[in-house]
Design a binder for this molecule. Structure first.
Ligand SMILES: C[S@@+](CC[C@H](N)C(=O)[O-])C[C@H]1O[C@@H](n2cnc3c(N)ncnc32)[C@H](O)[C@@H]1O
Length: 331
């Protein structure tokens, strides 16, 4: 291991080396706004390749001419002269308005903390999401869990209003999938009452630990599980609440189908975010793309294909709220 290299950096670079080695010969370009960080990442990645690949040469940092003709501030890590190339983009700070670097990349890494890089996007031709996505989601959310409510604490009344929009009734079974620190759980517990049941589900241990520490497991069960493979029988739930979850799933269509599987016909699905999509994109320094799954034109057919019918859709600065009813039929 290189001196000063964190366990997380080793995990990420070892994984990338593992999936890239069979593609050799190829050129790996590490790109990013921070020239030094790109060069450091490139040398860790080079060191992670197996002995069979050691003969590959690691060149010095080079300027890379982008498609727009501009010279990008990049590290070029030439493993072997080759026609195939893979661009790894290191994201640090807010994204540029055009997001040009990210768009050209096959691998996007959140490198805001260079000791804790997290893969955020990986082209499916390099590896299917089942190989990396869940572990990287957990790595992304775990360090954010402790500060989550301090950062977004003012949103609690908005969660209560979103829960009310789903109309959970006394005695019903409600799920909060991707519940995080459990901000919707008290409102769900109050709505279904003592004869109902609430289950909060999240894949990140630290998020559920925060929910417990804040007493949000009062009247609710907390379960650690993957939203794409829920440990629940078919038609268990009357209401499924999912705030800020769908765009984190590698395959939103499959995820919505799984949420549908565990919901009884006539049950409701609430997709919520306390900030509208445009405002959220602006907060993250990016532009809304027309192909995003929560865009109404995409969400409606996605839901239909997953056995839901979209019944209302709101997307303004103050919230994103889409409600769907389980039809049971797909297509
Ligand atoms: C943006 S946060 C929202 C948390 C919470 N719903 C809220 O609104 O405060 C997304 C949550 O989804 C969880 N998550 C992401 N992918 C998941 C998956 N495949 N299965 C279960 N939970 C997932 C994360 O751990 C994280 O807690």
């Amino acid at each position: 291991m290189l001196v000063g290299v964190s366990q997380r950096l080793t995990e990420v670079t070892s994984f990338l080396a593992e999936i890239l080695t069979p593609r050799a010969p190829l050129t790996v370009i590490v790109d990013g706004g921070d020239h030094g960080a790109a060069a450091r990442f490139a040398s860790c990645l080079a060191a992670a390749f197996p002995p069979s690949a050691r003969a590959w040469k690691v060149d010095a940092v080079l300027g890379l001419t982008g498609p727009s003709g501009g010279v990008l501030d990049s590290a070029m890590n030439v493993l072997e002269p080759a026609t195939d190339r893979v661009i790894v983009y290191l994201r640090s700070g807010a994204r540029g308005p055009a997001g040009e670097g990210e768009r050209r990349a096959q691998v996007v890494i959140d490198n805001n903390d260079p000791q804790w890089p997290v893969i955020r996007e990986l082209h499916p031709r390099l590896a299917g999401p089942e190989r990396w996505h869940l572990a990287e989601s957990q790595a992304f959310f775990a360090p954010r869990a402790a500060g989550w409510d301090e950062k977004f604490g003012d949103d609690l009344p908005a969660y209560a209003r979103a829960v009310a929009a789903a109309g959970p009734a006394p005695g019903e079974v409600a799920l909060d999938v991707g519940c995080g620190t459990g901000r919707a759980l008290p409102a769900l517990v109050a709505a279904v009452g003592p004869t109902g049941q609430v289950i909060g589900i999240d894949c990140t241990h630290d998020m559920l630990a925060q929910a417990r520490a804040r007493g949000r497991d009062r009247g609710a069960a907390l379960v650690r599980a993957d939203a794409s493979h829920l440990p629940l029988a078919d038609a268990t739930a009357d209401v499924v609440f999912a705030a800020g979850l769908v765009h984190h799933l590698p395959d939103p269509a499959a995820g919505l189908t799984e949420l549908g599987r565990v919901t009884r016909p006539g049950g409701r699905l609430v997709l919520f975010h306390p900030t509208g999509r445009a405002a959220l994109a602006a907060r993250h320094g990016r532009e809304l793309r027309p192909d995003e799954p929560l865009n109404e034109d995409n969400l409606r057919p996605l839901l239909t294909g997953a056995g839901w019918a979209l019944s209302s859709y709101e997307d303004d600065d103050n919230r994103f709220l889409a409600i769907a009813v389980r039809t049971g039929s797909t297509g």
